[in-house]
Ligand binder design. Structure first.
Ligand code: NAD
Length: 332
């Protein structure tokens, strides 16, 4: 089988080449995003391997299908960027990596909380300039604070357990309750109550019609003053304009985002010599209480190895018409 990769980086090649020694597929890597403008580079490919910001809309899927592509492998968990209806109509099989080291993302969410709270990024720079003063570095204890987790699937559950380890009161909201978390003493409460009671809110639900802009002007008004908001899930969960207003009015005390609604034009690239036209991200980065990371929450050695193994295993299952061990890996 020949697999064409889009949005691939040197680290993708490193891990996929290593894992492919067990599969012997033909792997063809392109750095460019997948979209209508690059379809001509696909040559006799059985499968396309795409990442979070590749757009697999009906037009792209139709072209891929016409070119003989049979399988779409998403090397990520989220699949909001694929028109599954169109894929189904075209007879394409689609798989994803349903769970790869959920701890990688959960630990990054906690790293963002600790950085924003204890300002280690500022302390690091300060002492390098021989400034040993503590002014402006004060944080707060997470112990006995209320941490609200929205979405308690693989990542949200891993995050909730870490938060519990800090001695925080952990409350959760999900459309499906996770019994393991309840057994560990975490309470499911209505979303409005979670907004009202949480000192820290961490988003871990997928981007769907129901969750799009779940953090908006109205929901922010229900949150505690000085709330800390963390989003390592998908940018579209947050109405960025409303969050900027919330930061300006000081209703939101801290914001940590690893994802951003317009991230496909920015993230995973070095734009240090470029004029960035996106005023929204520039405004966000100008706040001293905002931390932006460029979709790196998944980025651990363990996660990359699991992503490569799961993706190539799924494609092998498709090719051999085998049953999947983990049915959540198959979308169609
Ligand atoms: P998952 O499917 O295991 O869990 C998602 C949870 O969200 C489920 O429990 C589901 O019931 C819940 N949910 C669905 N709709 C909801 C709603 N309307 N309100 C509240 N909860 C709802 O997924 P996961 O592996 O935990 O991943 C969560 C998200 O994290 C993914 O969708 C993806 O967007 C994001 N993600 C980000 C990174 C990163 O590097 N930043 C990496 C992996 C995944």
């Amino acid at each position: 089988m020949k697999i064409t990769f889009f949005s691939s980086k040197p680290y993708d090649k490193e891990f996929f080449d290593k894992v492919n020694k067990n599969f012997n597929f033909e792997l063809d890597y392109f750095e460019t995003h997948l979209g209508p403008h690059v379809l001509n580079i696909i040559d006799h490919s059985d499968a396309v391997c795409a990442f979070v910001n590749d757009k697999l809309n009906a037009e792209v899927l139709e072209s891929l299908s016409r070119k003989g592509v049979k399988y779409i492998a998403l090397r990520c968990a989220g699949f909001n960027n694929v028109d599954l209806e169109a894929a189904k109509r075209l007879g394409l099989r689609v798989c994803r990596v349903p769970a790869y080291s959920p701890e990688a993302v959960a630990e990054h969410a906690m790293a963002m909380i600790l950085t924003l709270n204890r300002k280690t990024h500022k302390a690091y720079n300060r002492v390098r300039e021989q400034n040993f003063s503590l002014n402006g570095l004060m944080g707060f204890n997470l112990y006995q604070k209320t941490i609200g987790v929205i979405g308690t699937g693989n990542i949200g559950a891993a995050f909730a357990k870490i938060a519990k380890g800090f001695g925080a009161r952990v409350v959760a909201y999900d459309i499906r309750e996770n019994q393991e978390l309840k057994d560990l003493g975490m309470d499911y409460i209505p979303l409005e109550q979670l907004f009202a009671e949480s000192d820290v809110i961490s988003l871990h639900c997928p981007l769907t019609d129901a969750t799009h802009h779940m953090v908006n002007k109205d929901s922010i008004s229900k949150m505690k003053k000085n709330v800390m908001l963390i989003n390592t899930s998908r940018g579209g969960l947050i109405d960025t304009k409303a969050v900027i207003d919330g930061l300006k009015s000081k209703h939101i005390g801290y914001l940590g985002i690893d994802v951003y609604e317009q991230e496909e034009k920015l993230f995973f690239r070095d734009l240090s010599h470029t004029i960035i036209e996106d005023d929204m991200i520039q405004r966000l980065m100008s706040f001293p209480n905002v931390l932006v990371t460029a979709h790196q929450a998944f980025f651990t050695e363990e996660a990359l190895e699991q992503i490569a193994t799961s993706t190539l295993t799924s494609l092998s299952h498709f090719e051999k018409a085998e049953e999947f061990e983990n049915p959540n890996a198959v979308l169609i």
